[in-house]
Design a protein around this ligand. Structure first.
Ligand code: 5GP
Length: 170
């Protein structure tokens, strides 16, 4: 499959720094718990957390992914939960990309039952074209209309995650 460069690494890292600055300022004195949605988020997640200038805690959650298909199956299954206590804490859910919004809605619904102090959402990419659910993304890096994106953690059938830049798959 052909791929076309969409967001070069320099642009990604500048944006991640900007997000880290905003979050650090909004959560000063708060020590938020950042929860990453595995696996695609890991590159973005580590860059974001290490660029932040305030203490934080981290954990991960996993939702069943698209598999080898490029369109959503319409159902989302949580296959890994957080392992540190999050009750009464300020939580920031960190996603790689939000497409239909189904995955995010499901995870936020689940976490909201845990009696958190607050929950906000940070996503590197807000992909607009196929949005089905009414989701709030408090911090987003880039808005794109369409296309299937790979690289910087984003995969197609487990390929391309290692790429340092973000590409559109043709
Ligand atoms: P949603 O539930 O919002 O439709 O989909 C969210 C999940 O679908 C993401 O976490 C990601 O795993 C996958 N996904 C959606 N769009 C893309 C894309 O353009 N590229 C890749 N690699 N994964 C995507």
């Amino acid at each position: 499959m052909e791929k076309e460069l969409l967001i070069p690494r320099k642009t990604i890292l500048a944006k991640v720094k900007e997000l880290a600055r905003r979050i650090s300022s909004d959560y000063a004195e708060k020590e938020p718990i950042l929860i990453g949605v595995l696996n695609g988020v890991v590159f973005f997640f580590t860059d974001l957390v290490t660029e932040m200038t305030i203490p934080s805690k981290i954990d991960f959650i996993r939702a069943a992914s698209y598999g080898s298909n490029t369109s959503s199956s319409g159902s989302v299954r949580l296959t890994k939960d957080v392992e540190i206590p999050i009750q009464g804490k300020p939580v920031i859910l960190v996603e790689d990309i939000v497409d239909t919004g189904l995955t995010l809605t499901k995870i936020v619904e689940t976490l909201k039952q845990r009696d958190l102090e607050s929950i906000k959402v940070c996503a590197l990419i807000d992909k607009l074209e196929r949005r089905d659910m009414d989701v709030t993304i408090d911090y987003y890096g880039f808005r794109v209309n369409e296309g299937f994106l790979v690289g910087y953690g984003l995969d197609h059938d487990e390929q391309y995650r290692y790429l340092p830049d973000i590409y559109t798959l043709k």
